[in-house]
Design a protein around this ligand. Structure first.
Ligand SMILES: *Cc1c(COP(=O)(O)O)cnc(C)c1O
Length: 819
């Protein structure tokens, strides 16, 4: 098949870049900064994708294909240039072209813009899925928000986290195409009135609303080695045209600007909390903003080739990434019923057949619930529709489950109480045809423990799609040396189909390959050492074991358990400076939600501990602790290839899937983990003997909870544990501030140790005895690490997307031919 990428030459690329330099930035090569060159080269690369982009959109339109619309409040994309260069197959061509711009690829890539439009795993998952969808030649659209400020930049001030605004758009974003012609209005506030309309009778009319606008910015998503170029459509809010001109004319300038600001603020900033629910009005408007303009954009596109809605659900599936875009369900009902005058039952049928919902968490504090008061004020008509959906749903239930009040209360969309609340997860389940969890364990817990009543009401609606990661970013791009070794041994085909990496297993016992594997790991560690030096000033040895815990900071993820382990080791050394201990570098990277105070205390604790341990002569470099600031996708790409140990130690039953676990294992780190989320399936794939599983299982913790868990009992049994906890309680790291970490101590003792730190402490310590012993024999370590790499093929996001296609979306591959 003809490939548009084949015509890309170094001359063409360089010429395009110089054109952009001259005509977009008004400079010649002599005056150009490195940023200018990066920007112009990125524009040139984007130009190369345009033919594919046009051909792809044309084909979808002409063939009237069924499409998936992925709605997500977050896309944690990271840098895009290197990824796109790989996808276009122009790695060598780019090197050649950049010579003509007097700059190296490395210099350019370092300056690429980091798109951090997400908090963590959920947003990164959305980015991986877009990559897989394009590569698998599937008709897909991503919908999201173009936040002016993505996830905050993290700095440390005296060990405490400080948040600084992310200014990713300050110098322009080369990958986006603004589309003002597709601007849509969005309305909020107002009231509902009954009106009589001839032919329709009495209808509810939403009026006196305030209007603003959504402008789409499209980011091309280039498939790897194929012609498909899909798009991610990001919406930016702005005041409606001619906004408040009346006020303006009367000279009330300040008021008009204030009102203008209101509209701009909607997409100003990403809410930096994850796994917590805030209930803020602006966030509600943000969620509705995404839901509303995405739904109406999908309808607009559908109407290009259809005169009625009879095929809407056949041509579109809308996947909700968590409950954040739930209002899309209500918005589609509103458009079909109110605007298109469709009878309720018909509109509802189309709606349910269009939507599918992915649940991401079982944590109670993360479940979205909006008070009826707020919803009524911001979206009065939508609140009415939600009541109507609930009314009809409960009425039907009364027929099938007469008199079952407990069931009704559990599944109702409305939670009764002093303040009535709308349960967004319930609305999603009722309004979707499929509901999936994100790992086998999580999906099972969702179905049987969190929503058993819904499983009874809707047998067969719940299913599982285990998360995945794109190996194109998380191996090919981030770990070129390991990629080269694998290709040397098994050829290149595995790059297109990660399941083929399996045959690399045959080399796990080969001494020369083990040696080469460990050399590559060491090279990657040397590279990371430079980054660590730059970011923290700390000198660490690439010959120590790199023990890595990188993820959002959360009590359920238990960074604090790692801290307890490190304090334990430190105290062993202090008690006997000659004690034999595996030389280790403990690497943390994590952002805490700005309002999550105890998580921020844990950051301070790690930094305080690092300060003392790194400079204690008794330790003599055997233990090093580094906390790398500002964890993001690019930093992850540098840390992961250098990791020996992957810490996945969440409280069993609470990590829905995890994807960091997959990235690390694919890069040959051995997992130390609980039986939680996708760790369960990773263990099944890599083999129990190639992973370190420890700690209480979900059902064991359940039993502890019901019997009455007593953290003190574990303290009484273990002097080591006592010493560790007292070190935190009394802050041995800074005697001038003895009370600094009392809250942390109280949390895991008096306040009941909700996340079972004390119950899992001893098993964790014991587990590391095995880890350390294995690390002493590099050949055995390498064998297991290689087996991890070779057996992780199943965790490609291509497999996840295939599961979605087979079980939920029923989408067909649509290859793009170039004419
Ligand atoms: C993969 C990734 C995550 C998710 O990590 P978990 O360990 O699964 O929580 C979060 N942030 C970034 C930047 C990532 O790349």
């Amino acid at each position: 098949m003809k490939h548009f990428k084949e015509s890309i030459t170094a001359d063409l690329l360089a010429e395009r870049a110089l054109f952009h330099l001259k005509y977009s930035r008004g400079k010649d090569l002599r005056a150009a900064t490195t940023f200018d060159k990066m920007s112009c080269f990125s524009h040139a690369v984007r130009d190369m994708a345009v033919d594919g982009f046009i051909a792809t959109q044309r084909k979808y339109l002409d063939n009237d294909v069924r499409r998936v619309n992925y709605l997500s409040m977050e896309y944690l994309i990271g840098k895009m240039l290197a990824n796109n260069v790989v996808a276009l197959g122009i790695v060598e061509t780019s090197k050649e072209a950049l010579k003509k711009l007097d700059i190296t690829v490395e210099e350019i890539l370092e300056l690429d813009v980091e798109a951090g439009l997400g908090n963590g795993g959920l947003g990164r998952l959305a980015a991986c899925y877009l990559d897989s969808l394009a590569t698998m030649e599937l008709p897909a659209y991503g919908y999201g928000i173009r936040y002016e400020h993505g996830i905050f930049r993290q700095e440390f001030d005296n060990g405490w986290q400080c948040e600084r605004p992310d200014e990713w758009l300050a110098n322009g974003y080369p990958w986006e195409l603004i589309r003002p012609e597709y601007t849509l209005p969005v309305c909020v506030y107002g009231r509902v009135k009954k009106n009589f309309i001839p032919g329709r009778g009495s209808v509810d009319v939403w009026e006196d609303w305030q209007m603003f606008e959504a402008v789409p910015y499209d980011v091309p998503i280039i498939g790897y080695g194929v012609n498909t170029v899909n798009m991610l459509r990001l919406w930016k809010s702005q005041p409606a045209e001619g906004f408040r001109l009346d006020v303006f004319n009367q000279g009330d300038y300040v008021r008009s600007v204030e009102e203008k600001n209101w509209a701009e603020n909607v997409t100003k900033v990403l809410y930096p909390s994850d796994y917590t629910y805030a209930g803020k009005e602006l966030r509600l408007i943000q969620e509705y903003f995404l839901a509303s303009c995405s739904v109406r954009d999908i309808i607009r596109r559908y109407k290009k080739t259809h005169n009625d809605f009879s095929k809407f659900a056949e041509k579109n599936v809308v996947q909700l990434n968590d409950t954040h875009p739930t209002l899309a369900i209500v918005e589609l009902m509103r458009v079909l019923h109110d605007e298109e005058a469709m009878p309720w039952d018909k509109a509802w049928d189309i709606t349910v057949n269009t939507f599918c919902y992915t649940n991401h968490t079982l944590l109670a504090e993360a479940l979205e619930k909006w008070t009826v008061d707020l919803l009524q004020r911001v979206l009065p008509r939508h609140m009415q529709i939600i009541y109507e959906i609930n009314h009809r749903f409960l009425q039907k239930l009364e027929i099938n489950f007469p008199g079952d009040g407990d069931l009704m209360r559990a599944v109702s969309l409305i939670e009764e109480g002093p303040h009535q609340q709308v349960r967004m997860a319930n609305l999603c389940v009722v309004g979707s045809s499929k509901v999936n969890g994100v790992s086998a364990l999580h999906s099972e817990l969702l179905r049987t423990k969190t929503m058993p009543e819904f499983d009874k009401v809707y047998p067969g609606k719940f299913c599982n799609v285990t998360n995945g990661i794109t190996h194109r970013r998380w191996l090919l791009k981030s770990n070129p040396e390991l990629t080269g070794l694998i290709s040397d041994k098994i050829g290149e085909e595995w790059k297109k189909d990660l399941s083929l990496i399996k045959t690399f297993e045959d080399f796990a016992k080969t001494k020369a390959i083990q040696k080469r594997f460990m050399e590559i790991k060491r090279d990657n560690k040397v590279e990371l050492c430079k980054v660590i030096k730059e970011l923290t000033g700390e000198h660490v040895s690439p010959d120590s074991m790199f023990d890595v815990q990188i993820k959002r900071l959360h009590m359920y993820k238990r960074q604090l358990l790692k801290v307890m382990h490190i304090i334990y080791l430190y105290q062993k050394i202090k008690a006997n400076p000659k004690v034999k201990i595996q030389a280790s570098t403990f690497i943390f990277a994590a952002k805490a939600a700005p309002a999550y105070l105890i998580a921020k205390s844990v950051i301070k604790l790690i930094n305080s501990m690092a300060d003392v341990i790194n400079h204690d002569v008794d330790v003599a470099g055997r233990l090093k602790v580094v906390f790398l600031p500002d964890y993001n996708v690019s930093l992850a790409e540098k840390i992961i290839p250098a990791a020996d140990i992957s810490e996945q130690i969440s409280t069993a039953g609470l990590e829905a899937s995890g994807t960091g676990n997959m990235k690390l294992s694919l890069n040959g780190a051995l997992t130390v983990g609980t039986l939680d989320g996708a760790n369960v399936e990773i263990a099944q794939h890599v083999g129990d003997e190639n992973i370190f599983i420890f700690g209480h299982r979900t059902e064991e913790l359940e039993e502890l909870r019901t019997k009455g868990y007593n953290p003190w009992a574990y303290m009484d049994k273990s002097k080591d544990l006592q010493n560790v906890l007292e070190a935190i309680r009394d802050n041995i790291f800074d005697p001038t501030q003895p009370d600094l970490f009392k809250d942390i101590y109280n949390d895991i003792t008096e306040h009941g140790d909700f996340y079972f730190y004390l119950a899992d402490f001893e098993p964790y310590i014991k587990c590391f005895k095995k880890v350390d012993k294995l690390y002493e024999t590099p050949s055995k370590w390498a064998e297991k690490a290689i087996l991890n790499v070779a057996r992780m093929g199943w965790f490609s996001s291509d497999r996840s997307i295939q599961n979605y296609c087979d079980d939920i979306w029923h989408l067909e591959r649509t290859p793009i031919e170039m004419v």
